[in-house]
Design a protein around this ligand. Structure first.
Ligand code: SF4
Length: 371
């Protein structure tokens, strides 16, 4: 059986951040244990059981909001259903305010070998405005504890273009992040999503966001600082030390199959007829658990992906990668390719089309032209 990427969604957080539109809930108590049990059952009964895992990713939400024994049960269920390959990358996202040395030690003992810390900023005022539950000093403490516990593969997530953020403040964040010696950096521009507190503030003109030019400067500062710090950019927002690219996320960007478990998790695998099928689980934890108790399907959306949709998605995601998009794999129009090259947005070598540094600012436009 072909090894596959496996995702487990833990939909709980200590509180809801102002910008967050992920499927996460500030819930406590019995519902968490019930959901963990339901996810275990979903994994046990998976029609995909038996396929080896080449990567396992616990995301959320905040997986480390769970107790160690709950993380252990979920990871053990995945190991039984999807025996990990020898080089399986096993990641958990973590919020610096929900971890300590004993929990990290437990996680390493269970089999996690990569940790992804949501740092976002090293300025207390940013963290307060974003609604994060951790302080700047807790980030450094979490990095130290993760290293001491044995994590040799560590990512930091940071966001730029935050309300009121200056280029200088962003450069300071980059510099502090590099001083912590992560193996990987994910650097995302803040986007204002509907149904968030930030969206409502933005509508009322109460968010002082950096303009487009400032965002471009911040992005370029990120690329330059990472390059100078020994990181290689391999995706539009992701930078890694040699050999430390996130293999799980590469599966998504390369259009490979993936399996999803937990409330709101999305999976995309080939069905019996060889057609790729994307399915999404019920999002709300209580309704997900009720469906499990009632023996009802956990899937709330199911879509068979035709050739056109697959090709479009392959282009939209593949163009983000520095390795480029194989020209043959998606039959790209030579005239459009030539036009994009003339604009200086892309170049082609070894059969793949890649964004140039200038083209990275027009990633979505390039993808739309290629589609
Ligand atoms: S910690 Fe992450 S998932 Fe949870 S509310 Fe904040 S941004 Fe959303």
């Amino acid at each position: 059986m072909t090894p596959v990427a496996v995702y487990v969604h833990v939909p709980f957080c200590p509180s809801k951040c102002g910008y967050c539109d992920f499927n996460s809930y500030a819930m406590q108590g019995e519902v968490i244990e019930k959901t963990v049990h339901a996810i275990e059952t979903e994994i046990d009964r998976s029609p995909q059981a038996g396929r080896p895992a080449k990567s396992i990713f616990f995301g959320g939400g905040t997986p480390t909001f769970l107790e160690s024994r709950q993380l252990e049960r979920l990871l053990r269920a995945v190991f039984i259903a999807h025996p990990p390959t020898d080089d399986c990358e096993i990641t958990s996202e973590a919020n610096p305010g929900t971890v300590d040395m004993p929990k990290f030690k437990d996680m390493v003992h269970f089999g996690f070998n990569r940790i992804s810390l949501g740092a976002q900023s090293f300025h207390s005022s940013d963290l307060l405005r974003l609604g994060r539950v951790h302080s700047a000093s807790e980030i450094a403490r979490a990095v130290g504890a993760a290293r001491q516990a044995g994590f040799t593969n560590l990512n930091l997530d940071l966001m730029f273009a935050l309300p009121g953020q200056s280029l200088r403040a962003w450069k300071h964040n980059l510099s502090v992040a590099l001083d912590l010696r992560p193996d990987h950096l994910s650097l995302y521009c803040l986007t204002i999503e509907p149904n968030t507190r930030f969206y409502r503030l933005h509508q009322r003109g109460m968010l002082d966001l950096p303009d487009d030019e400032a965002q471009v400067q911040m992005y370029e500062a990120a690329c330059e600082t990472c390059e100078a710090g020994g990181f290689r950019q391999y995706e539009i927002s992701n930078f890694a030390k040699p050999g430390k690219q996130c293999r799980h996320n590469l599966s998504y960007w390369r259009g490979e199959e993936y399996i999803g478990y937990g409330p709101g998790a999305v999976g995309c695998v080939e069905g019996d007829s060889g057609v790729r099928v994307r399915s999404t689980n019920i999002k709300h934890p209580v309704r997900y658990c009720e469906a499990m108790d009632d023996g009802m399907p956990l899937t709330c959306e199911r879509e068979e992906l035709d050739h056109c949709t697959l090709r479009l998605e392959r282009i939209m995601l593949g163009v983000r990668l520095n390795e480029g998009l194989p020209v043959d794999a998606v039959s790209l129009d030579p005239e459009i390719l030539a036009c994009l090259e003339r604009k200086g947005w892309t170049d082609i070598s070894n059969g793949a089309v890649r964004l140039t540094p200038a083209g990275r600012h027009f990633c979505s436009d390039v993808a739309l032209h290629l589609a």
